[in-house]
Design a protein around this ligand. Structure first.
Ligand code: GLY
Length: 533
């Protein structure tokens, strides 16, 4: 078993960590004229296949992840799409790893006062933060892509024009939100979205910033009482960030910095609860991490987020020492309000034989976002404003409240839980790309799958299929899936353990071992991975 090294390096690149690293996977180089071996795990089989088809056409893992994201927006519109935003962690074949942060921001006219009315941050125009997915994916391609945008968008356009079968997940989502059936013509065709995707290709994404698609989004949101303006979209900036970096045994973990809370929480839990930790102590570490999330998480451009303190080995040591035989009441962990719950997210993992790895998580926040559909393009607008603490001290739509660090301000990014993560092997080459959907469940699900692979040597599908637990500090209960083996042990340590039937997270993972790829999409959402050969 790997032993956890007790130091954390923030913002360092993989090749800074070990001067004499040699590539082990990329013995063959691809130039776009031949199929690239690799694997793509999205949460819908058609999206994974869209990605794999781009690898077969000579694209790299970044091209494949973008193709999968575009296709997901067509076939999985409850959980993703061009009306949202996201984060992409990329390890290129050469050069430094980077995070592209294309998360939505609050419109310039948004304020805390806008959300006095209950529900205004979850449904309708006011709930919509500046949609940035089309802009972000174009920038991701500009930086790292190789295939043409036409090749990348072709599967999504075909699915939007020709339709596709209704899968179990979409059927369930539409049962819960029958108003969203309006998205589809017979056979699930979405011609307006096909037109918008073509515009994305033809204008290299510009149609989503200053063209007809941007106008379509803005006029729809304004007609539904929102304050989104064309200037908000025109002024939107993708941020390039350095991943958080930590060692885990001989491996290196790269993960998402603020404005996500996910990477910090993941590294806190890995740092506190090493491979030998008991389940109870891992839950305790998670309660501390989630309490810290609520108290200290926010957009680092607007609030001070002291990542170095949160990951300081002395602080993690104190949390380790705090694990006693019994769990504590919530006030023991931090005097701060709890995180938000949400379900409108998806994660795509991709690695190719060139050594390019991508962990891409995108979101429209809750299922079908704001339920606002753009009139011409049929794009579903996000309700990412609900990831802010829109009403301090008052419960949000999920009965929860959040901290002042995460209050609404114009141009600010709401606190996220998204945790796109890439693990490098001892030689510094990408070994695992992983991440999840499920709001705060993202953090515990990503951690669980990573630990199953790293600590127990589980295969991708075994790791993803294992029943999982979750704790978010508040409410003060451990939630477990049916069949989870540790429930009795947690009860004995004083945890309030509640079993829930409904799946609460979905993890997609690709593992590269030499030139062999092992991949899994979470069966909870009906996903399947795809391979380019
Ligand atoms: N809206 C999901 C997240 O960013 O955590």
């Amino acid at each position: 078993m790997a032993l956890l090294a007790a130091f954390f390096l923030i913002g360092c690149a993989k090749r800074d960590l070990d001067g004499d690293m040699q590539p082990t996977i990329a013995t063959q180089r691809f130039d776009g004229t031949m199929p690239v071996p690799g694997a793509v795990a999205a949460d819908h089989p058609l999206a994974s296949e869209a990605g794999a088809s781009v690898l077969r056409a000579g694209g790299n893992a970044v091209d494949a992840a973008i193709a999968a994201a575009l296709a997901s927006g067509v076939v999985q519109p409850s959980g993703s799409g061009l009306g949202g935003g996201g984060f992409a962690l990329v390890v290129p074949a050469q050069g430094e790893p980077n995070v592209l942060d294309f998360r939505e921001v609050a419109p310039s006219a948004a304020s805390m006062e806008s959300f006095a009315a209950q529900g205004s941050s979850t449904r309708g125009g006011l709930a919509v933060a500046v949609p940035s997915e089309g802009i972000g994916l174009a920038e991701l391609h500009r930086m790292y892509g190789r295939a043409s945008l036409a090749t990348i968008a072709a599967p999504a356009i075909r699915l939007a024009e020709e339709g596709f079968p209704t899968g179990e997940h979409l059927a369930r989502s539409l049962e819960e939100s029958p108003d969203m059936r309006a998205l589809f013509l017979t056979g699930n065709r979405r011609p307006g979205l096909a037109e918008a995707l073509r515009a994305w290709v033809d204008t290299v994404g510009e149609a989503f910033r200053s063209g007809w698609v941007a106008e379509d989004l803005v006029s729809t949101v304004q007609a539904q009482g929102g304050v989104l303006s064309l200037d908000d979209i025109r002024n939107y900036k993708v941020k390039l960030r350095k991943p958080l970096v930590s060692s885990y045994g001989r491996r290196t973990v790269l993960t998402m910095p603020p404005p996500s809370s996910g990477g910090v929480a993941l590294l806190q839990v890995l740092g506190v609860a090493g491979p030998e930790a008991s389940l109870h102590c891992e839950v305790e570490a998670t309660k501390h991490a989630m309490a810290d999330r609520a108290a200290f998480g926010g957009d680092p451009d607007f609030a001070s987020v002291d990542v170095a303190r949160l990951l300081d080995p002395r602080y993690l040591g104190a949390i380790t020492a705090d694990c006693g035989p019994q769990t504590f009441p919530p006030e023991h962990y931090a005097p701060a309000p709890p995180p938000v719950d949400d379900h409108g997210t998806l994660h795509i993992s991709a690695i190719d034989a060139e050594g390019v790895a991508v962990a891409l998580t995108t979101t429209i926040n809750t299922s079908f976002g704001s339920h606002v559909i753009a009139g011409r393009s049929g794009i579903v607008l996000n309700n990412q404003m609900d990831d802010f603490a829109t009403r301090l001290g008052a419960p949000n739509a999920f009965g929860l409240v959040q901290g002042a660090q995460n209050a609404v301000a114009p141009g600010k990014r709401p606190l996220s839980s998204m945790t796109p993560t890439i693990v490098l092997d001892a030689q510094g080459e990408p070994e695992i790309a992983v991440g999840a959907s499920g709001g705060p469940f993202i953090i515990t699900a990503t951690t669980a799958v990573l630990r199953s692979i790293l600590d127990d040597g589980a295969s991708a599908s075994e790791a993803v299929s294992r029943p999982r637990w979750h704790h978010q500090w508040m409410p003060n209960a451990a939630i477990v899936e049916a069949g989870f083996a540790g429930a009795e042990g947690l009860r004995a340590a004083g945890h309030d353990v509640r079993t829930i039937e409904k799946p609460f997270s979905s993890v997609q993972v690709v593992v590269a071992r030499g030139a062999q790829f092992d991949a899994a999409s979470d069966p909870r959402k009906g996903g399947e991975p795809a391979f380019s050969r």
